[in-house]
Unconditional design. Structure first.
Length: 554
RNA sequence: GCCCCCGUAGCUCAGCAGGAUAGAGCAACGGAUUCCUAAUCCGUAGGUCAGGCGUUCGAAUCGCCUCGGGGGCACCA
């Protein structure tokens, strides 16, 4: 939409140049935006102000020159005004917007799509929680944000894939196996002291019980070396299945589950180390192997192979990211908990050591979630096993409210998640407010159907009865949707969608209370229904990006 | 000590690729239901944008410093 405006301005600029009224040594970039206040016009541009210096003219004079060369009536342009320090405010005719509303409604579920992504291949990796226990609420935020971002980026025209990296190697996995084995022995009556640094959650006991149900006392007398691998595998698979289920219940699915172990099996890890060593980015010291990450803005060098010969987590991560790029992804997005932020410089260093621009790699840090219950903090500790799992939370407040809550705030900001508020059906929990608008609209359509109102097809509908200021303002808000999606994709910020929808829907609720949609005036009724259809499509598409349902009845 | 995020109305937060009078919800106060869903709407009140300096025609927005809150600085993952 703004494109059309930009063209109008650019056209006027070149005419002014031809007429010798402006120098235009270099064509200025025309930025079209929305004025703060709708009364000032539909679009505004500050070109005159940005040109002031190079033209050595007062912004207002430049604005005046430009406005003289703008042809009124062209492209639905109604009027041009100069305002403030030199803004050009453009007003469009209502036909301009009505026509575009029809385009939007025609697009149905596709409305909101754009091609800013230009089909660029992106991989977004998120959650990637270790398969050592069920997902907790912090993972939930990452899951909601990652999943919504994926949907948004797709809508904005990126070729996007999602991936979950499974850390199925390393010491944590051994501890997991050992924890399960010990619980198994306990359940079979052995008296032992359960170590503090092992996984103490109840779920470990459940898995141990399964082993008993399945294999009885088979592992009771066997030595540890034989048992731990078995229990490790059992526990891992079990927990991973639980994670998948929790995510599916939360409407989050992944295109690919990538196993860390696979990087060892196909020698990718060794290969990556050798590759880096050839390039001179790796050296030996104190019996360990180091990556010279300090050469790329990291604080210090990092160990990739320990004295013991074990590879660090970081080491397989190097191979993993090399693998991602080799699969053809042009941009990598990783979501991590904010507590991992120290990890960012070293990963950027790796990318650079491998010869890539660090800008192809973007780590989004998701800030902490504090779980509250009626204003009181709920304590979370994985170790003690007393923590709120994602599935508990979703079970209590529902998927829609949980997702909305996770997505309503910028992921840069700490989030207070109050279970009581999330459950309440008040405007403080706006998910219901938005869903209610959708349900209301659907209810109106049901009413129309009962009255036997028949709808003309898209092209022949007459929208000219939509003359109310409020109606036009709703239409403009609807038409802003694709741009909101675009900006949200570029900034990687999901919360823009929820704020937009909230604003959109509150316009509708106000309109609804002041105007009747269904009346004896048939053309007006049809036009208003059409407007509501556009609204309904926008709400549906917007909530779809957030993974939230839109009920037809509430 | 170093690094990351945050600080905007009583509360929870938007706004930040500089732009016109800083917004919303909740809470407070006052109203609206013969009529399409009151899970709604309308109105009133509420501000040193943490503080300072700087860049600019113009700063909540950009830069530097200070203060306050949270998190992180492993041959853990």
């Amino acid at each position: 939409m703004k494109r059309a405006i930009k063209e109008i301005i650019e056209c006027a600029l070149s005419k002014a140049k031809e007429a010798g009224e402006l120098e235009l040594a270099q064509a200025p970039e025309v930025i079209v935006e929305k004025p703060r206040d709708e009364k000032m016009g539909d679009f505004a541009t500050n070109v005159a102000m940005t040109m002031a210096r190079s033209e050595r003219k007062n912004p207002k004079v430049i604005a005046e020159i430009i406005s003289r060369h703008i042809e009124s009536g062209l492209n639905g342009l109604d009027s041009v005004e100069i305002a403030g320090p030199g803004f050009l405010n453009l007003k469009m005719s209502s036909n301009f917007f009505l026509g575009r509303l029809k385009d939007a409604v025609k697009q149905q579920n596709d409305f909101g799509e754009s091609n800013v992504g230009q089909g660029i291949k992106i991989l977004i990796e998120f959650v990637s929680a270790n398969p050592t226990g069920p997902l907790h609420i912090g993972h939930g935020r990452g899951a909601a944000v990652g999943d919504a971002l994926a949907r948004i980026l797709k809508k904005a025209g990126y070729d996007l894939s999602t991936e979950y990296y499974v850390n199925d190697v390393g010491n944590q996995m051994n501890i997991l196996g050992r924890s399960t084995w010990l619980r198994y022995l306990e359940l079979l009556g052995k008296d032992l002291e359960f170590p503090d640094d092992h996984y103490r959650g109840e779920y470990i006991k459940d898995i141990a019980q399964q082993a008993i149900d399945h294999s009885g006392k088979e592992y009771f007398d066997k030595p540890e070396e034989e048992c731990v691998p078995f229990f490790k595998e059992l526990a891992k698979n079990n927990i991973l299945e639980g994670i998948k289920k929790d995510l599916t219940d939360f409407r989050v699915t992944f295109d690919n589950w990538f196993s860390e172990q696979s990087l060892y099996k196909d020698n990718s890890v060794e290969g990556a180390i050798e590759w880096l060593r050839d390039k001179g980015h790796v050296y030996d010291k104190d019996g360990a192997v180091w990556l010279k990450s300090s050469a790329f803005e990291d604080d210090k060098d990092r160990v990739i192979v320990k004295q013991t010969g074990e590879k660090t987590y970081f080491c397989s991560d190097i191979a993993y990211h090399q693998n991602k790029i080799r699969r053809g992804y042009k941009k990598l997005i990783n979501l991590m908990g904010a507590d991992h932020h120290g990890y960012v410089p070293r990963m950027e260093a790796v990318l650079q050591a491998m010869g890539y621009d660090k800008n192809i790699f973007k780590i989004l840090l998701i800030q902490f979630v504090s779980l509250l219950r009626g204003g009181e903090k709920v304590s979370m500790s994985t170790r003690s096993g007393e923590f709120e799992t994602l599935s508990d939370v979703v079970g209590e407040v529902g998927v829609d409210a949980a997702r909305y809550y996770f997505l309503m705030r910028s992921s840069d900001a700490h989030l207070d998640f109050d279970l009581e508020l999330a459950k309440q059906e008040t405007p403080e929990n706006p998910v219901f407010y938005i869903q209610y608008a959708h349900a209301r609209i659907c209810s109106i359509f049901r009413g129309a159907e009962e009255k036997g109102i028949s709808f003309p097809d898209n092209d022949s509908i007459d929208l000219s009865p939509l003359v109310e200021e409020e109606e036009l303002s709703i239409i403009k808000a609807v038409l802003a949707f694709p741009e909101v999606v675009e900006k949200s994709a570029l900034a990687l910020e999901v919360h823009r969608i929820s704020h937009y929808l909230l604003d959109l829907v509150s316009r509708f609720h106000g309109y609804y209370s002041r105007h009747r949609v269904i009346s004896d005036d048939v053309p007006l009724t049809l036009a208003r229904l059409y407007l509501l259809d556009g609204l309904r499509i926008t709400i549906r598409n917007g909530f779809d990006l957030m993974g939230i349902s839109v009920p037809e009845k509430m």
